[in-house]
Design a protein around this ligand. Structure first.
Ligand code: LLP
Length: 450
């Protein structure tokens, strides 16, 4: 039998483009990962700017080649941080947000508010008023009741607010049931087939301080090919044409959502964002021509922009044999990466230092949190790892830190950006004092009785 060598198993295509392994030790942008871990501590999230810029440019180029009047917005929910907004704003991207917190982070990163679209299936009256008040570019209407709320807020500050309607074109797409967002039963959007979307168009035409400038849909995440987009674009443009005829509403902009897939393991199919963007743009071009419409086209990927750029570094604690398996505990887990527990996501971790001649073993890498389900990677071939060794999880840039928690009272990790050979700390490690910040020291009435 051929002995699997660590060298052959190294999944370079999952790591940032600046990664290399001189002498079998991982470096990111020329900096040894071990040096980053020693300097900034672990768990540590490291982001590579070259990979982010490349991903953004691929999608822009692919899209523009198929439909020149187009743009890319970054879906902030994948990772929201001022340094990232600044980088992507410089790269010419727009942004979508779903909360006042993401707006604050975007503006802290220097993004002009007119470049932001505000989404979400729940927006409070306060959030709507704040968004309108700071001149947010577009508000994406998810429910007919939001239209008078936006109109009232806009009237108060004397503006006309541009809005899109989030349509539900009813298309089955997305890699996991929890990330499919355009089914008949979905909580998102205005259904075209039930007539609710048309009611929203009428409500917009009757609201003085709201201007309906376009439509939006988002089908889901990890969409493997362009066919769901083709069907949703067709349904949306059919609807848009009917709205031109019936209500004289011309769609100036159409956003077809995100969902560009990434690979988390070598077993996943190869993905090519540039090619997918080009296919989407081309099918949009054909459909728009057939409908005699010329709207601006936008896509809004999140994961495909940042996932591959991020590497999570953990330090190994103990190793155990349990029920026939080898269990390796690391210093992070469900608190900084809930994806394996939530979606059954599978990762392909590697040892930061390869030891030549040692044969990888099959292990479960578990987190430090008090949940039996806190397993970061099950049945992976790695190592052998000893206490104090470092493990790198590639493709950790999206939906990990943005979904991180303080479960078990564990502070969230630090974040370092590697850029042109330099390591910059962009988010310091949380401390227990940070976690106590919002707690108010009180004496409860029952405590003062005795
Ligand atoms: N636009 C809208 C309106 C969205 O809701 C989303 C993602 C995107 C764009 C970006 O989708 P992407 O290109 O990243 O696939 N936490 C899950 C993913 C949830 C995605 C929610 N919406 C995960 O970790 O897989």
């Amino acid at each position: 039998m051929r002995r699997p060598s660590q060298q052959a198993a190294r999944p370079t295509e999952l790591f940032p483009i600046s990664a290399d392994w001189p002498d079998g030790a991982l470096r990111l942008s020329g900096i040894p990962a071990a040096e980053l871990a020693d300097r900034f501590g672990t768990p540590l999230y490291v982001y590579d700017t070259d990979t982010i810029e490349q991903a953004a440019s691929d999608i822009r180029t692919g899209l523009g080649a198929g439909y020149p009047d187009s743009s890319v917005a970054y879906a902030s929910k994948a990772l929201s941080a001022p340094w990232l907004y600044r980088l992507l704003h410089r790269a010419g991207l727009h942004f979508d947000v779903v909360s006042g917190g993401e707006v604050a982070s975007a503006t802290a990163g220097g993004v002009p508010t007119e470049n932001i679209a505000y989404h979400g299936n729940y927006k409070s009256a306060t959030e709507i008023a704040e968004a309108v008040g700071i001149g947010i570019g577009r508000i994406v209407i998810d429910h007919v009741d939001e239209i008078p709320a936006v109109s009232t807020a806009a009237q108060r500050v004397g503006v006309v607010q541009d809005v899109w309607l989030r349509l539900n074109p009813t298309v089955f797409a997305g890699g996991h049931p929890k990330i499919r967002t355009a089914l008949v039963s979905s909580k998102f959007g205005l259904s075209i087939s039930t007539g609710v979307a048309e009611e929203a168009v009428i409500a917009c035409t009757q609201s003085r301080n709201v201007r309906l400038v376009g439509y939006h849909f988002h089908l889901g995440s990890q969409i493997a090919d362009a066919s769901p987009f083709a069907s949703a674009v067709q349904t949306t443009l059919d609807f848009a044409s009917r709205m031109v005829e019936r209500h004289h509403v011309e769609p100036r902009e159409i956003t077809v959502g995100g969902g560009f897939p990434v690979r988390y393991s070598p077993a996943d199919p190869a993905s090519d964002s540039k090619a997918l963007a080009h296919q989407i743009a081309s099918l949009f071009q054909a459909a728009a021509t057939a409908h005699e419409l010329r709207p601006h086209l936008r896509v809004e990927p999140g994961r495909a922009i940042v996932a591959r750029a991020g590497v999570a570094l953990y330090r190994v604690g103990s190793t155990k044999r349990a029920g026939g398996r080898t269990v390796i505990a690391v210093d992070g887990g469900i608190g900084d990466n809930p994806r394996p527990a939530l979606y059954g996501a599978r990762y392909r971790p590697v040892a930061v230092h390869e030891r030549p001649g040692e044969r990888p073993i099959r292990v479960d890498i578990v987190g430090r949190y008090c949940e039996e389900g806190d397993v970061l990677a099950r049945g992976v071939s790695i190592g052998p790892l000893r206490s104090g060794d470092l493990v790198a999880f590639p493709v950790s840039g999206a939906y990990q830190l943005s979904m991180a928690s303080n479960y078990n009272g564990v502070p969230r990790p630090a974040v370092v950006v590697v850029d042109r050979g330099q390591a910059i700390l962009v988010r310091r490690r949380e401390t227990p004092a940070d976690m106590l910040n919002c707690e108010i020291p009180v004496t409860l009435p029952s405590e003062s009785v005795a």
